[in-house]
Write a protein that binds this ligand. Structure first.
Ligand SMILES: [Zn+2]
Length: 560
């Protein structure tokens, strides 16, 4: 019966691998063997408990799958847990009837009733003795199959054990992107994974809140009165003219770079190729190699607010209070926490637009206030997947004809054309932002959360989440990074401008971003480390760049 329930609760529409079926058969056989060896009372109690867990979780899982399109997961669980009592009543009155509308859940309920009736009423009438002459052969055959099943499914079990033994949400997120969550193949395992993720996320947020409540700055000289941070999305710098791309994807930035007002940094990488993990590192004073977990460090906007800066966050991606619809896979992203979000920013937008230019036209005016000191964080949609929708049709410059020399088919050439058009449109967006700050005493930093593969050296698009290789980090972690200074900033801060220009070749990683920002504002704080600040004369070029906290980028790229 459990085999039937297990098979029924699989999401067959979403390609259930044969491994899952073998996992289920092996695990049930193993469970039967264990129960066989246990004393009768213990065995019966355990059997009923396991059966109850499997039926209840299968019911919830199937309900979620056929009503919300996704089975039990951390995000689904967070939505359920965050639903208060009156909302549960509303929820049941709105969705409760669907429990019986959907035939999948009805089948599970019928199986459950049938199983209970058979177990209690008729089990003794089944002539088990018939099997006795063949029992030895059955046991031997079953044993061989079980050992074979265990050997076959062992890697999957190891992946599950690794997933469930993580002690921080970023690493768990990294594993989920590598599909480790697929090893939680059955409803109770999916529930265990979701509970573990939720527990880790909650602990992390509590520690993060405490760290930010505790954090205080020692001093601030407001070295730069207006600091602007532009965060792009999925930007492969090898598609930018600033880094030698042959097609005219970034003419406006190139013009500014050639005139000397924009300094291009040649060796900056992102710490992750996953947006939320990259954001954790970019916002926290933690860096890979630091002694404490990242969540125990303050986030830089809090320190800027303490220093008297008005902190604005315009994001065309993360919807505030959006019922976590923009949360990561494991549901633990700090910007989803209302309390933290409200403490981090003085100003923020509430709506997004498909096009970054439209978004900025609607929101840039918010930044025009009378604050003496400003930190403006502008987070774009940039070149996020679905590149075709990131730029207006009438702004098409590149077509498949531009890539005829590439050994690719026309669909792939079209994808590159869309990406390059989105990159060129992003060039216009960035130029408009710089025009906005042209008459202010402003320094603008522009980077991307990570890069992206666009059929560059392999037929690969997007990001791949396997063991890191030099080829992959070249395409997915090497990001554009530049600093632009307004004419007023050049006039008032020639020392900083000189330091920026002298640092353009330095190796650096975006997990150190808060230390650069704090240096630009000249904020002193216990966790601030000037060695990481990129442009200070005290910058240490030898601090290892450990991407994802595990791989030394320089050793990997140099083949050491
Ligand atoms: Zn991203």
């Amino acid at each position: 019966m459990l085999l039937i329930v297990g098979l029924f609760s699989f999401n067959w529409n979403d390609h259930t691998p044969v491994t899952h079926v073998i996992c289920l058969c092996t695990d049930l056989a193993l469970l039967g063997l264990i129960l066989w060896f246990l004393p009768r009372v213990v065995s019966a109690t355990l059997r009923i408990t396991v059966e109850a867990i499997i039926y209840v979780t299968a019911l919830i899982d199937t309900y979620c799958l056929y009503n919300f399109g996704k089975g039990i997961s951390p995000t689904i669980l967070i939505i359920f847990i965050n639903t208060n009592e009156s909302e549960i009543t509303d929820f049941l009155s709105s969705y409760g009837h669907q429990l019986l509308n959907d035939w999948h859940t009805i089948v599970i309920i019928l199986l459950m009733i049938f199983h209970a009736v058979v177990s209690f009423k008729y089990i003794k009438r089944i002539p088990w003795t018939m099997a006795i002459p063949y029992r030895r052969w059955l046991l031997a055959g079953g044993g061989v199959l079980m050992v074979a099943g265990l050997m076959f499914t062992w890697p999957d079990k190891q992946r599950l054990a690794r997933l469930l033994s993580q002690d921080n949400i970023s690493d768990m997120e990294g594993l989920v992107f590598r599909n480790f969550d697929e090893s939680a193949y059955l409803s109770p395992l999916r529930l265990a994974y979701a509970l573990k993720a939720m527990n880790l996320a909650e602990k992390e947020i509590i520690i993060l809140r405490e760290a930010n409540a505790r954090a205080h700055i020692d001093s601030c000289s407001h070295r730069s009165p207006c600091i602007v941070l532009i965060i792009g999305e999925s930007y492969n710098r090898h598609h930018s003219q600033l880094y030698g791309y042959p097609l005219p994807t970034t003419p406006k930035q190139l013009e500014r770079a050639n005139s000397g007002q924009l300094t291009v940094f040649s060796d900056v990488i992102s710490s992750w190729n996953i947006t939320t993990n990259s954001f954790n590192q970019m916002f926290s004073l933690h860096h890979y190699g630091a002694s404490r977990p990242w969540s125990s460090y303050p986030l830089f906007p809090i320190l800027f607010r303490q220093a008297g800066y008005r902190v604005a966050f315009l994001t065309n991606q993360f919807a505030r209070h959006a019922n976590r619809s923009h949360s990561n896979q494991t549901g633990g992203f700090f910007l989803n926490d209302r309390q933290l979000f409200d403490n981090l920013f003085d100003l923020h937008n509430n709506r997004q637009r498909q096009n970054d230019m439209t978004f900025l036209n609607a929101h840039m005016e918010m930044l025009n206030d009378s604050a003496d000191y400003k930190l403006d964080i502008i987070h774009l949609h940039g070149q996020h997947f679905d590149y075709a929708s990131r730029y207006p049709n009438e702004e098409t410059v590149f077509t498949t004809a531009d890539y005829q020399y590439r050994q690719l088919n026309d669909d792939e050439r079209q994808v590159i054309a869309h990406y390059d058009n989105a990159t060129r449109w992003n060039d216009c967006v960035l130029d408009n932002i710089l025009k906005y700050y042209e008459n202010q005493d402003a320094v603008v930093i522009c980077l991307a959360d990570h890069a992206e593969e666009v059929y560059d050296d392999l037929p690969v698009r997007g990001r791949i989440y396997s063991e890191l290789t030099a080829r992959q980090v070249h395409q997915e972690f090497e990001i554009p990074f530049w600093i632009w200074c307004s004419p007023a900033y050049e006039k008032h801060h020639p020392d900083v401008v000189a330091q920026i220009k002298e640092s353009a070749q330095r190796p650096w990683m975006t997990d150190r971003l808060p230390h650069l920002l704090l240096y630009l504002a000249d904020i002193s704080q216990a966790d601030y480390d000037e060695r990481l600040s990129l442009i200070s004369p005290l910058t240490d070029n030898k601090v290892p760049r450990i991407i994802e906290g595990i791989v030394d980028y320089d050793a990997l790229i140099n083949g050491k």
